[in-house]
Design a protein. Sequence first.
Length: 452
Amino acid sequence: MPEFHAATALLPTGWAAQVRIAADAAGTITAVTPDQPAGALPRLSGVVLPGVPNLHSHAFQRAMAGATERRGAGGQDSFWTWRETMYRFLDRLGPEEAEAIAAQLQVELLEWGFTSLAEFHYLHHQPDGTPYAEPAEMVLRNLAAARRTGMGLTLLPVLYRHGGIFGQPPAPGQRRFLNELDGWQRILAACRAATAGDPHSATGMAPHSLRAVTPEMLRAVAAEPGPLHIHIAEQPREVAECLAATGARPVQWLLANLPVDARWCLVHATHMTAEEATALARSGAIAGLCPSTEASLGDGFFPLAEYLAAGGGFGVGTDSHVGISARDELRLLETGQRLLRQARAIAASEALPNPGRFLLEAALAGGAAAMGRPVGAIAPGLRCDLIELDPDHPTLIGLDGDALLDGWVFSGQHNPIRTVIAGGRRVVEAGRHLAREQVFGEYRRAMRRLLE
Ligand code: NGQ
Ligand code: ZN
């Protein structure tokens, strides 16, 4: 049975020393006991934190990160022109490439502190739009990758039927994404069958956005059990289109028309009025914030202060994977708000005055809720997901406790994560994933095929 001894660990009760962490054969924590001698246990001599859940990913976009930056003719570049580039990238990407990309992504995410991933998967069909013989082929490649890398996975098969708010026809670039409700339900059933009984994975649902489904479809999806994720209010244009079509803004419409509660993750929710932010916070839903992608795509700023004042929960995701580090998402979330408000320590409270600690705690709690899997803390019954920071790293030297978390989140460019345990298994040692070379070899071959 996996067992570890942490010199220092962040537990639900706060910082603890000399902590024995025991897990069962499935990788679930069975006991956490502070003030114990290490004896012959494998030691984690640094600062041990719960692994961070990553609540929003489109794995295939890892392979185009950095390759979409060029200014186009006319200089009218935006989220919407980026999306056209993204559609063109999909012409040749098949199941083998998808799995190689997902594995590479997961290795990188694990090395940078994410031990769970919610994969919001909509690239279902062959390049001409024909389903694969196994309609869930593409989404299940994420699971195959996760079983090699150790990443905990929540599969979110996406229902995508339309190309604009409430029933607009889809564009040719969207043909690989499209399903009727029954086709999507078959993919959902295949995901559930593949994750059933697995302590490391689970299945939820994702209607892509108010632009991709009808209200009837949304209600049918929401009738299914499990976590529910949806993109919402990321760009001003979609707010304007929703207002024109329904008389309500996207978040306002969703809250008024569906039973939004703690099961829901509203991804981005960037463009909200203060009233919407307060209402969303009170619903118990999680806001799925993806700071590096939102910056990259020019989305805007999430109304964090208003949302936090109303007690809103959030987690972070890396979405298009221009960033792959847990601490960078937390850092940008806070520093973006500083630029916006000309103030400091916005994500903090009287009880948790250090933003590093506040942000980490929020991302653990919100991320765990969005995963729909027992993760997010070092406690019995949860998946044994641990990250160990090297306290002798130049970034962290001289710091401890919550100040060390501030150091980790807000300073330095190198990676002080030394060890990562995922599901009770040691997957990163000395900062390197144990399968890094092999996975990268496959990724490089896949990229050559894609780009030749
Ligand atoms: C996506 N990504 O589905 O990959 C979206 C863009 C859309 C982000 N929103 C496409 N970051 O929303 O239509
Ligand atoms: Zn997304």
